[in-house]
Design a protein around this ligand. Structure first.
Ligand SMILES: [Zn+2]
Length: 301
């Protein structure tokens, strides 16, 4: 009897010690870092995330390699920005639409909140992450999609999303407060391309880009001359490089302004369509937005 009892105990120990059959994690593939970062936060340990575009990569010009197509083909869910941001990926994603969940997050922002694009006929301006409130809506959309695909982890996804949205609210207040350190005439933001229109609208800056909404067409000498006239006339203190656009464009503008007798500084590097290096503060969405507003206000004040 004693032996049987011991055996039962041992058997139950062996049974409970067996690891539960490991559930396959959702395989999620993302494009720009701003999406990769918040998908990783919301998904936590329940998903595997592969981000295609690292630091310094320009999504307007990005072409998928054979390796990327393979990664995309293995995904359960693909999150991209859409609104023609990843212009060269469109065809590949359209082909995969039949057997995958593919979500254009920028297109999930209500139409009345989107800004028109003069460059992309029939499309809105894709740079929606520059309004922190819009990016909170995108976070909620990501959460909804993950819950739909993987309802077993609903509580985890909801908890992570609530925490993230609270942090984004704090970020929003920070950006608003810092921008109020500048007076109206100081609030002119000149950058390499028109990425900052959502930023300008929300935080009350006049924004001017050397190149248009996309970087696909190069800026010409006429564009440089016109922008230089504007900066010299308005006596703008600083202009900004973007990490995903060659800095020679903004340097050319600076030289042209100097030739007009006004010294304009390079106010620093902003993260527009790509984030900073992985593992740095600027390699996160909250970090890059904080870096940008600190750099802008620091240089224009
Ligand atoms: Zn852009």
């Amino acid at each position: 009897m004693k032996k049987l009892f011991l055996f039962t105990i041992m058997l139950s120990f062996v049974l409970t010690a067996q690891p539960a059959v490991a559930q396959k994690k959702l395989n999620v593939v993302t494009t720009i870092g701003q999406i990769t970062d918040i998908v990783t936060i919301i998904g936590g340990e329940n998903i595997e995330v592969t981000g295609l575009m690292g630091a310094g990569v320009d999504p307007h010009l990005y072409r998928a390699s054979e390796g990327d197509v393979h990664i995309l083909s293995k995904a359960d869910v693909i999150f991209y920005n859409g609104l023609n941001l990843e212009a060269k990926l469109g065809k590949i994603l359209a082909k995969m639409k039949r057997d995958k969940t593919i979500v254009a997050l920028g297109e999930s922002v209500p139409k009345n909140l989107l800004l028109d694009s003069e460059d992309y006929v029939g499309h809105s301006d894709p740079h929606v992450w520059f309004n922190v409130e819009h990016w909170s809506l995108v976070a909620q959309k990501i959460s909804n999609v993950l819950i739909e695909k993987d309802p077993d982890h609903t509580a985890d996804y909801q908890k992570n999303t609530d925490k993230l949205i609270a942090r984004l609210k704090t970020l929003q207040t920070y950006v608003l407060n810092r921008s109020q350190e500048l007076n109206k005439t100081q609030r002119v933001l000149v950058t390499a391309h028109d990425a900052f229109r959502y930023f300008g609208k929300k935080y009350d800056f006049e924004v001017v880009g050397l190149q248009g909404i996309s970087t696909e067409s190069e800026a010409g000498t006429k564009d440089v001359a016109e922008l230089a006239d504007f900066i010299a006339e308005r006596k703008i203190k600083a202009i900004f490089i973007e990490s995903s656009v060659p800095e020679r464009n903004i340097k050319a503008v600076q030289e042209a302004v100097n030739a007009r007798g006004w010294n304009v500084e390079i106010g620093g590097e902003l993260f527009s369509d790509a984030m900073g290096d992985e593992g740095t503060v600027e390699g996160t969405y909250i970090g890059m937005i904080t870096h940008n507003i600190d750099t802008i206000v620091g240089a224009l004040k």
